[in-house]
Write a protein that binds this ligand. Sequence first.
Ligand code: AGP
Length: 611
Amino acid sequence: MCGIVGYIGSQEADDLLLTGLKRLEYRGYDSAGLAIVGEDGLRVEKREGKVDALRHAIDGQTLGGTLGVGHTRWATHGPPSDVNAHPHTSSDGSFALVHNGIIENHNAIKKSLKEKGYTFQSDTDTEVLVHLIEEIRQETELPLEEAVRQALTQVVGTYGIAVVSNTDDDLLIAARKGSPLILGIGDGEYFIGSDAAPLVEHTRQVVYLSDGEIVTVRRSGYEVKTIDNVPLEKEVHELEWSLGEIEKGGYDHFMLKEIMEQPDALEDAMRGRVLPDENDVMLGGLHTVWDQVASADRIIIAACGTSWHSALVGEYLIESFARIPVEVEYASEFRYRDPILKDGDVVLVISQSGETADTLAAVREARSKGVLCLGICNVVGSTIARETDAGVYLHAGPEIGVASTKAFTAQVAVLSQIALKLARGRTLSNAEMASNLQALAEVPDKVREVLQMNDEIREMANVYRYASNFLYLGRGYNFPVALEGALKLKEISYIHAEGYPAAEMKHGPIALIDRFMPVVFIAMKDSTYDKVVSNIEEVVARDGSVIAITDEGNGDLDELCEYVLRIPQTEEFLSPLLTSIPLQLLSYHIAVMRGCHVDQPRNLAKSVTVE
Ligand code: AGP
């Protein structure tokens, strides 16, 4: 998943684009580049490494020009290198292009172009698109924007592209299919971005491009068409994000900032929705389809990664409260297995970014089968939010750190609200509803209490930073939290970690237990507590090293465990909102102590827009 920025206006483009790339770096960061159109035509600078390496390479120079495009790469075809970095330029140097996505039929096109004498400098699929555009221009002498459009009609796969010409310093072209692109509208200037992060300091007026759309931008205005050349009128939206939200705010890392923001994010996820006075939950985004949701025979939740973990919590919530059967699917598996969907089914997808290709494909699979498809997303105007029939926004604010934290707890909070609303008047008495809503409303303050444990957890992390393997175990609502804790650790510290249902440990993983492998137990005093304590004893009996998360005031485990983290009590169904916090902090501090790049872990990207 790469990051694309573009600018056309009256400001110097180089520094503006470099700053924009920095704000997009969480989308991919193995190489970066710029193409600037100045008085002397096109100037391209690109380097392997992060945006800072590119900035260092052009330090002291002014590339000179008020039009340009930039790119930060997450390699799909060809290793990170200067030559594989974007922008890629045509053989004749007449234009430069940046691309996010995968040209799936690039081999066939490349073969045809080679037969026509084209040579290739890089290993990328993107360069194939460049020479295809070039070939179309050679053959037809069409203007660049028309050659780009025609070339894209021959492409199979996904793209978000931006193109600038060597001979026209008033032309910026952008198009998308499967990879997000936003047009920012300024005063006599325009911006292109893969998401809002590079735009928000310049403008809040945006146009979201949809799949199969191409925009031609000049300083005097812009024109949007379909790839089939049909002009479109696009609605202008107001961005919700603020500049402060996409900066670190004094924290060392975005991840720590976002962990610490969770009380506020949870309050925002409930604001105007949890209504104790009405003893109800109001989910405006589901209002038009609520009867269909409430009468569903089955709810299928599809997601990826951390969002798949919150989906698992959702399964426990909805089945427990509403007694509606729930199935949780990896989105990537759901979309490829020709799922059997019936009239009474409802598909719910969960995606922080709203751009995850596998999850978007699940949406399209569900809709192709005529099933109601809902979305829980964080990014307003994201592709999944726009392609689902209805949905609920998290309102958690931008999540920049690659490791998802506040989005997870906000997703669980939204799922809790959906479950309670489904149960209202059916399986819950008014008194039970009131009590549960009150408990939910109290969670943000309890999260604030857990966050006070940051220093204690940092001290603990120092003990475990050298471990090579971790096991995370939980039961019931906290089984998904065990999975999430393991994912957090492995994706930012590169320590191997596995999450399991605690009981399942006996069926294999117990063979791994030794005193060098920390085992993290979520052992809240709930309906599963006694069984979890038995599992802890089984681990300790094999010389295992146990870290337990349990209720404040509970001293039962002190003799058994090396560390006991005591957190505030809450209703069992709300415990994931609290138990996940220490695991986020533990992973964060271990990763920092191991010198890992917490916000941009190796090989990862924030929004996985390739399949
Ligand atoms: C979680 O920390 C990871 N960054 C990753 O698993 C992520 O949750 C997954 O890629 C899904 O992203 P989404 O919620 O934006 O769809």
